[in-house]
Design a protein around this ligand. Structure first.
Ligand code: GLU
Length: 312
């Protein structure tokens, strides 16, 4: 079977070094196996994702030497690879879930859910306690006057098992771990889980390499794959890059923003630094994206997050 990987950045800011590392790994993992890649711009929340950032992401990927075979910025139909242009498609699949009886309207605000007795999971996320799961038609009609609802998918207590290429066998029970999940927010924006599953399935993506912060989203996504009758992809999650305090690198760390790094360093310096950080090479030296591709081996990556050390 031919491999189709993907780049799926959210353009809510310029790429930072943690994004670059994840994109490099996704690219190398697919290319090593003769696979192709698609670039999809995950700008579902268009207000948070100005087009300039998407343009810069494409430009930064090219600057780094990472290429893709279809998707945004390639060919004449490339606009359809922007999630902000795909609402009709998401609506069609949402309607299907609705018709099959998997959805219910939820009127809880985020604040209410956090404040109430929603059971909090150890990592700070919360499980939806099922507040609006069994509202009557009359209750729904009354609540609609007060605020528009989000739409949630009703989950069950059947264990979901999958094997992640790097983190191994995983078992989740959605009812206990996350509860019923949102597929459309109350402001009408489609939720990440729905969009990502529909897009990956329709775009033929069968291999997903991304940060381990999204490992927990797999069971929700597999649940949607099943409800919508799609074949799920293979997953390979990779450890996160973190700072000395164990905090995940984020867009707030401006000095590790690719815009800043590009002013000071070449792509080879940045890629070599990353290859050294993640244990693919023993010292900090320049390498090209093509050289990274030759030495990349997900088995050499640790399972724990990687603390950035030393200067670029
Ligand atoms: N768009 C997400 C991000 O940039 C990635 C989603 C995914 O890989 O499924 O964090």
């Amino acid at each position: 079977m031919s491999i189709m990987g993907r780049f799926a950045p959210t353009p809510s800011g310029r790429l930072h070094i943690g994004n670059v590392y994840a994109l490099l790994c996704a690219w190398a993992h697919a290319r090593q196996r003769g696979g192709t890649l698609v670039l999809r711009i995950e700008d579902l929340d268009a207000l948070r994702c100005p087009k300039e950032y998407a343009d810069l992401i494409a430009e930064d990927l090219q600057w780094l030497g990472l290429d893709w075979d279809e998707g945004a910025y390639l060919g004449k139909d490339c606009d359809k690879y922007f999630q902000s242009r795909r609402s009709e498609i998401y609506q069609e699949y949402l309607n299907r879930l609705e018709k099959d009886g998997h959805l219910f309207p939820c009127f809880c605000s985020r604040g209410e859910l956090h404040a109430a007795d929603a059971p909090h999971l150890s990592d700070g996320r919360y499980r939806y306690p099922g507040t609006c799961r069994n509202l009557t038609k009359e209750e729904i009609a009354i609540k609609r006057f007060i605020r528009p609802p989000a739409l949630r998918v009703r989950v069950n207590d059947v264990p979901i098992n999958f094997v992640d290429e790097h983190y191994g066998v995983q078992t989740y029970i959605l009812e206990e771990d996350s509860g019923d999940f949102i597929v459309q927010r109350s402001d009408g924006v489609f939720a990440y889980h729905l969009a990502v599953v529909v897009d990956d399935a329709l775009m033929g993506v069968n291999e997903i390499v991304r940060g381990r912060d999204l490992l927990d989203s797999v069971p929700v996504q597999l649940y949607l794959y099943k409800l919508l009758g799609f074949t799920p992809p293979q997953y390979c999650h990779i450890p996160l890059l973190v700072d000395q305090d164990g905090r995940r690198l984020a867009k707030r760390d401006k000095d590790l923003d690719i815009g800043v790094l590009r002013e000071k360093y070449t792509p080879e310096t940045i890629i070599g630094y990353l290859a050294w950080q993640i244990g693919l090479i023993s010292k900090n030296e320049k390498i090209t994206a093509k050289e990274f591709l030759q030495i990349f081996d997900v088995n050499k990556l640790p399972h724990e997050d990687i603390i950035l050390k030393g200067e670029i």
